[in-house]
Write a new protein. Structure first.
Length: 369
């Protein structure tokens, strides 16, 4: 007969879950879903495509949020049943399964608890992430591609939908820049703590002297904002350049000039898109990102809170928020929170939850400027 008493741990899970549920206010969430479902079922919904997209997107996000909460509650109930069955059957395999599920639930509830800290104006939105290589030559462009893969793997681990909007490949290794969208609840609030300059230190694979090379890449995160579509951008204020999409090594991936670069002349903001199939689709995607950036810039100016959302990131010394060491000690360290991971390979493979959670808690505790 083996010992399997998880009652204390399960009671703690339930107590934490009750607190989370109270903060999230599932009753209000269910009311929102009912209201949005009624709006989404209106026969004339798509007479106004912009509003229809806003309604269906909001409904999808709230349904996903409620599903996540109810799924965890169901898992706690199932865990209690599994423990009882394991004890009755004196089954060590079932006991091991119960212990593993307890650990998994503790992590899931911990992640959900962190989400309750995301109460900023845009925190519940999806996000558009842009990565740009900085100082460091081929090492920097290679590092930028490593970061892009890291975030895409993180999204894949969580089953978040990702849409790559633009990738500008470097002449040598890696990428000059990339932009992708993750449209799921609370992605902006979650990933906004990743915004800033990331620093990589390693023995360069591109040099023959076996010397340590330091390189930089900048990460920008902006929220997906449906209201940005209402921002008017006069044609006289933009310059539109069309060019041929290209893949790694300069290889053409399209036979037509379908990639689009839009320059907003008054502000100097430049947005490029090339991953859609047509020039029209790329232009529409670029305009949506441009409108979002213009709306954010306007709101920042009105609130006098520059750098609060996307910020100005120089991708060089003196502005880094995280360092990745791939020589000697093998370490990833967040310079704001002090959080460290001793296995960089797992981080680059998308295991970011610990770093992100530490960043969210740090931001919540940081005194307001």
């Amino acid at each position: 007969m083996f010992e399997l008493d998880l009652s204390t741990e399960i009671s703690a899970l339930r107590a934490t879950f009750r607190d989370i549920r109270a903060v999230v206010d599932t009753d209000a969430l269910e009311a929102d879903i009912a209201r949005l479902s009624e709006e989404a079922g209106a026969p004339d919904l798509w007479d106004d495509p912009a509003n229809a997209q806003k309604v269906t997107s909001a409904l999808s996000h709230r349904q996903a949020e409620l599903k996540r909460i109810t799924a965890i509650e169901s898992r706690i109930d199932d865990l209690e049943v599994l423990v009882e069955l394991a004890i009755e059957a004196d089954d060590e395999d079932s006991a091991a399964e119960a212990r593993a599920e307890l650990v998994s639930l503790q992590k899931a509830i911990g992640d959900l608890e962190v989400q309750t800290l995301l109460d900023g104006e845009y925190d519940d939105r999806g996000a558009v992430v842009t990565i740009r290589s900085g100082a460091g030559g081929d090492d920097a462009t290679d590092f930028a591609e490593m970061l892009m893969r890291m975030y895409l793997r993180w999204a894949e681990r969580h089953d978040y939908p990702v849409k790559v909007l633009d990738t500008s490949y470097a002449e040598g290794a890696g990428i000059k820049s990339a932009t992708f969208e993750i449209d799921a609840p609370y992605i902006y609030g979650t990933l906004s703590v990743e915004a800033g300059t990331h620093r990589l230190a390693r023995i360069s694979p591109f040099g023959g002297a076996d010397k340590r090379q330091t390189s930089f890449a900048a990460v920008e995160v902006i929220p997906i904002m449906e209201e940005a579509k209402e921002v008017e951008v006069p044609e006289n204020d933009i310059r539109v350049d069309v060019f041929r999409s290209s893949g790694p090594g300069g290889q053409s991936v399209n036979t037509t000039d379908s990639a689009v670069r839009i320059t907003h002349i008054p502000t100097g903001i430049v947005v490029s898109m090339q991953n859609e199939k047509s020039q029209i689709q790329n232009r529409a995607a670029a305009m949506r990102v441009l409108q979002t950036r213009l709306l954010l810039a306007k709101r920042e100016e009105e609130a006098a809170q520059k750098k609060e959302l996307a910020g100005t990131i120089t991708a060089s010394w003196g502005d880094q928020m995280r360092s990745y060491f791939l020589y000697g000690q093998q370490l990833v360290k967040d310079l704001r929170t002090g959080y460290e991971v001793g296995n960089p390979a797992t981080v680059f493979d998308g295991d970011l939850d610990g770093l992100i959670a530490a960043g969210i808690r740090w931001r919540k505790q940081k005194p307001s400027d």
